[in-house]
Ligand binder design. Structure first.
Ligand SMILES: *[C@@H]1O[C@H](CO)[C@@H](O)[C@H](O)[C@H]1NC(C)=O
Ligand SMILES: [Zn+2]
Length: 458
């Protein structure tokens, strides 16, 4: 018996014996095909290789624009830097004078080492457990398309829904390499100013627990290089003040500080984003020889580089004093000048205020967001500071509240890792959560107190 005949007979039996089952199967089939097409759109976006160093921005732009037109959203392509398109979509609200809502996501992803993946990183294969494997499945093509699927949902099924506030959706390039040609220029642009944005949603992180994570700020990077000098000498001689000894004293001091911060995290007293992290990025010393390094010579110079991340709730000035007095003291012939920071981002905005978004009832957007997530049967963890940098900082710098949120609960944190994946069900649930958020945000009107006032308070 051929397989086809077998299937036909089974189908016939089902038809004859179980009419009620057939109805249920048909109904399930409809739901499945709906979620199937949602998932297949996600797969198509994931299959576009937008990894650095040469992201295919054009193909990503074409895909997003085709989605936008299927949703009848207004769209424009902004090119602050040639070859790096930023797609801006718009769903005009019935009260367009009210501050708008901006849903931001980046289209680029970090590079991959394909041979270390169990599934090809740009095929978006789904395993039997429903996990979708692809670079960008967590960071953050999921969020970008979930925004659009939520809009599709609101436009189709809930045909009565009309946003009061205008909703913008931005797809920006280059976040993974600092966002300078993307979100940074966008946030400073005339176009952005005219959008009159009242709240930005941007990326967060996956949560291995059953609750979602919300981020109200992020740590600011300070990349520090310290340099020691000392008299060179024979490798067999014990004498004071060598470059290596001077640098080692600094490294010991940095290590003690690092441990004290890490202990706070380990003891559960502070979250990862709330402490200053310091990690040594490089050590550079020694006198090169054709076979490695000269071994019987103590060098006259030694350097070390550190990646430091400072939360806006920490005292950045006192950290800089510590660097000058303990980590790179002139008294030990160490050099450190502020110019030696390879990168230094201030924790303060143009008005000297720490760059953070209100994360309690003082910020109605925060309360609305929490409420909307709960309404969609999601749970919310304690407000957090994002441990690394995202594009959200460029919006916060302009005094606009920005909340980091990627709806991925019960998911291991795999951004930038091999075998990055997101489960299909979790992805679909995230869309429901955004539907709930958009309903709450776009319907929010509070006449006497609006974004301008909140900005002053932040
Ligand atoms: C610093 O350098 C000076 C000049 O080379 C030297 O005399 C002094 O001993 C050094 N001090 C330390 C702590 O390395
Ligand atoms: Zn990201």
């Amino acid at each position: 018996m051929t397989t086809m005949t077998f299937i036909s007979i089974v189908a016939l039996l089902l038809l004859l014996l179980l009419p009620s089952t057939i109805i249920i199967i048909a109904f399930d089939g409809d739901l499945d095909s709906d979620s199937d097409s949602i998932i297949s759109r996600f797969q198509r976006y994931l299959q576009i290789d937008t990894s650095h160093p040469s992201p295919d921005y054009q193909q990503a732009a074409d895909f997003i624009l085709s989605q936008a037109s299927s949703l009848s959203l207004e769209s424009q392509t902004l090119e602050f830097v040639k070859g790096k398109p930023l797609i801006l979509l718009k769903w005009t609200g019935t009260s367009p004078h009210l501050p708008s809502i901006l849903l931001n996501s980046h289209t680029d992803v970090v590079p991959v080492e394909p041979h270390k993946w169990s599934h090809p990183p740009f095929h978006a294969q789904i395993n039997s457990g429903g996990n979708i494997y692809a670079r960008g499945s967590q960071d953050m093509k999921c969020v970008g398309l979930q925004y659009l699927e939520a809009i599709r949902n609101l436009k189709n099924k809930d045909s009565g829904f009309q946003p009061i506030r205008t909703i913008y959706v931005s797809f920006v390039p280059d976040e993974e390499i600092g966002g300078h040609d993307g979100a940074e220029l966008f946030a400073k642009s005339k176009v952005f100013h005219e959008m009159n944005v009242g709240i930005v949603l941007d990326e967060g992180l996956a949560s291995p627990e059953d609750y979602y994570r919300l981020f109200y700020a992020e740590r600011c990077p300070m990349w520090l290089v310290i340099k020691a000098t000392g008299a060179p000498g024979h490798g067999a001689k014990l004498y004071d003040n060598t470059a290596m000894e001077n640098l080692m004293k600094s490294i010991e001091s940095v290590r003690r500080f690092r441990a004290s911060q890490f202990d706070l995290v380990k003891a559960g007293l502070k979250a990862e984003g709330e402490v200053i992290s310091v990690n040594m990025a490089f050590l550079k010393a020694g006198t090169p020889s054709p076979t490695g390094f000269v071994m019987n010579l103590q060098p006259s110079e030694a350097q070390a580089g550190f990646d430091i991340r400072v939360p806006p709730i920490a005292d950045q000035a006192s950290l800089e004093r510590r660097i000058a007095e303990e980590w790179a003291p002139a008294s030990r012939n160490m050099t450190f000048e502020s110019g030696q920071f390879k990168q230094k981002v201030s924790v303060y905005d143009e008005n000297g205020k720490p760059i953070l978004t209100g994360h309690d009832s003082s910020n109605p957007w925060w309360s609305l967001l929490e409420g909307a997530i709960l309404k969609a049967n999601g749970k919310v963890g304690k407000p957090e500071i994002f441990p690394a940098s995202t594009d959200a900082r460029y919006f916060r710098l302009r005094g606009i509240p920005a909340i980091g949120f990627s709806p991925m609960a019960n998911t291991p944190i795999l951004l930038h890792d091999h075998n990055e994946f997101l489960n299909k069900e979790e992805y679909l649930k995230g869309i429901e959560v955004y539907v709930s958020i958009l309903k709450a945000f776009a319907s929010f009107v509070e006449v006497e107190k609006d974004a301008a006032t909140y900005r002053d308070e932040l």
